[in-house]
Design a protein around this ligand. Structure first.
Ligand SMILES: [Zn+2]
Length: 263
């Protein structure tokens, strides 16, 4: 913590997110520290786990994909704030925990084991999406499948995020969507896998760049093999060169409230 001394309440959280992101996830061209484990689990005492499977660059069917930058830092800070559990990808290992079948995914095998052992009752799988996305936050439940064990939990999470992020919906003129294009429908997503294997509700939460990247340390765009389209790249660069730390702070508060309410 520390490093920023401005009057805004969000400053410490910005400094903390940037410190964690730069020292653990965005280093080494967004591949994480070379000697770090491929993923790390932080044990908590609130029966919720936040997962960030794309916190570093990953590989899906032979194609290198960019990290969801700051998702890992957000997961670790949410664990600190709420006392929940967290699992974060922390080094590129040629896998994609949100795509590979569980048989080939050490991340999901470890998450399943941890959920069952620790008695975790809710999983929030945290991702990042580009600024040009049609929504500011996209919730995915595979059309209700991943929250079928306790549908009220999905409804609580949605209600809290809609209420707390209403100012950002207005600021960005974009909605919060549920089960749109990013709905975790693939059976190998973290959400689908944990819901099926552990019998607990899971929600995939995709957060757009302006609500996730809090400062200019995030002005570099994580690299992957597929280049941005020019119109998408322009909006991404604009969001990153004019960060909105208050939006990130509100988003973190909203996620923390949802995590506590869904325990
Ligand atoms: Zn992702």
């Amino acid at each position: 913590m520390g490093g920023l001394s401005g009057p805004q309440p969000e400053s410490p959280i910005v400094a903390e997110l940037e410190h964690i992101e730069s020292t653990r996830f965005s280093c080494n061209s967004y591949r994480g520290l070379p000697d770090a484990p491929a993923f790390e689990i932080v044990a908590g005492d609130l029966p919720v786990v936040v997962s960030a499977p794309h916190a570093v660059t990953h590989e899906r069917e032979g194609r290198v994909k960019p990290s969801d930058d700051y998702a890992g830092a957000m997961a670790l800070v949410l664990a600190l704030w709420t006392g929940c559990h967290a699992i974060v990808a922390s080094r590129f290992d040629g896998c994609d925990p949100n795509w590979d079948p569980i048989e080939g995914s050490a991340y999901k095998q470890a998450l399943v084991a941890h959920v069952l052992k620790a008695g975790v009752r809710f999983c929030l799988d945290l991702h990042g999406m580009v600024s040009a996305s049609p929504s500011i936050v996209a919730l995915g439940t595979a059309d209700g499948t991943t929250v079928a064990s306790r549908p009220e939990v999905g409804a609580i999470a949605e209600r809290i995020l809609r209420a707390r992020l209403e100012p950002l919906v207005e600021r960005h003129h974009k909605p919060i969507v549920v089960d749109g294009a990013l709905a975790a429908r693939n059976p190998n997503t973290v959400s689908s896998t944990i819901a099926r294997e552990c019998g607990i509700p899971c929600v995939q939460v995709e957060v757009a760049t302006p609500l996730r990247v809090p400062g200019k340390a995030g002005s570099g765009i994580p690299a992957g093999e597929r280049p941005f389209k020019p119109e998408t790249l322009g909006e991404e660069q604009a969001a990153r060169s004019h960060p909105d730390p208050e939006a990130v702070f509100l988003t973190m508060q909203a996620l923390a409230e949802a995590i506590r309410a869904c325990a």
